[in-house]
Write a protein that binds this ligand. Structure first.
Ligand code: NDP
Length: 285
């Protein structure tokens, strides 16, 4: 392996220590930051993600409230809970874990969350703020990816970045954040005929497809920064990303592992957003 590992756990620890110190300051001022997490249904992956988020809150002094509902919970009932949390001054961030059961429209749910508490950064207004460069709550995963890229010390401005994947939660906001940092950005997706043609030109590649081996060594420019967002399970149950790690790490300059790369930074950025929302609340209280 020639690439340097970008350690998401180490970067997270650094960020979380700072978040914990700031959370303690807010607590001392009587504004203990609070995050409400709602889970509907019994998706096993969601249970793991939510547990990790709640533990991370506890470890940084952010109060967390976990509400679990059965998959018979109706959309109307969920909207009533969100309205109550919107009105609760001790709750500064509201996260509704996706995916939701099919009878619930995720867009209606996301738009029901108060803009000031949209710590996932998924609402249309948050997307608009990102698009126009206004301050606001940024989506946790792409924001975490930016911090991982910045941690390499490699310049972003003037570099060519290729984002593989165009979801509203990862690919599109990722591309916008890179653009804001003055990279020249190409977005690829399932309709891109020759991924390698684009990826090989990239100084920075972010892969978020949910498909193993989307990025292979022959698609990577030597020395590139490679960020692997994907979470997949191998046949033996172990986790892997979207990047063929063994071959790509022989060519890239920097690379994130899975697990231990983007995952911890996604949770860290959720904590950072909750802290930011609580700080804003404290300023206006
Ligand atoms: P989506 O399924 O919403 O989007 C996947 C995107 O990848 C789509 O834009 C799709 O294109 C594109 N795509 C799929 N196959 C290919 C291919 N063969 N070549 C090029 N593009 C392709 O997924 P998400 O964006 O939500 O998540 C992506 C991955 O990241 C998943 O594995 C998810 O679990 C993981 N993830 C990890 C997080 C973390 O904290 N580590 C957080 C969030 C997600 P098209 O639009 O044309 O269909």
């Amino acid at each position: 392996m020639s690439a340097q590992l970008i350690d998401g756990n180490a970067l997270s620890s650094h960020w979380r220590a700072d978040i914990a110190a700031r959370a303690a300051e807010l607590c001392a001022q009587g504004h203990a930051p609070g995050l409400a997490v709602i889970v509907v249904g019994d998706d096993p992956a969601s249970a793991v993600y939510v547990r990790n988020k709640v533990r991370a809150c506890e470890a940084t002094g952010i109060r967390s409230v976990l509400e679990r509902y059965p998959d018979t919970f109706t959309q109307a009932e969920l909207l009533v809970r969100i309205a109550a949390l919107n009105a609760d001054p001790s709750v500064h961030g509201i996260l509704v874990q996706m995916p939701l059961p099919r009878h619930i429209d995720p867009h209606k749910v996301i738009e029901a969350i108060s803009q000031r508490k949209d710590v996932d950064g998924y609402s249309v207004q948050s997307a608009g703020e990102l698009m126009t460069g206004l301050p606001g709550l940024r989506p946790c995963t792409p924001w975490g990816c930016m911090k991982l890229i910045e941690s390499t010390g490699q310049p972003i401005a003037g570099r060519h970045a290729v984002v593989i994947g165009r979801s509203n939660t990862v690919g599109k906001p990722m591309a916008l954040l890179l653009l804001q940092a003055n990279a020249s950005v190409t977005i690829c997706h399932s309709g891109t005929p020759d991924l390698g043609l684009h990826a090989r030109q990239a100084d920075i590649v972010v892969v978020a497809t949910g498909r193993r081996n989307t990025l292979r060594a022959d698609m990577v420019k030597p020395g590139a920064v490679v960020i692997d967002v994907g979470i997949n399970r191998r046949e033996d149950g172990s986790l892997c990303g979207d990047v063929d790690f063994p071959s790509v790490s022989a060519v890239a300059g920097w690379i994130t592992p899975v697990p231990g790369g983007v995952g911890p930074m996604t949770i860290t950025m959720l904590l950072a957003n909750t802290l930011q929302a609580a700080q804003q609340y404290a300023l206006s209280a």
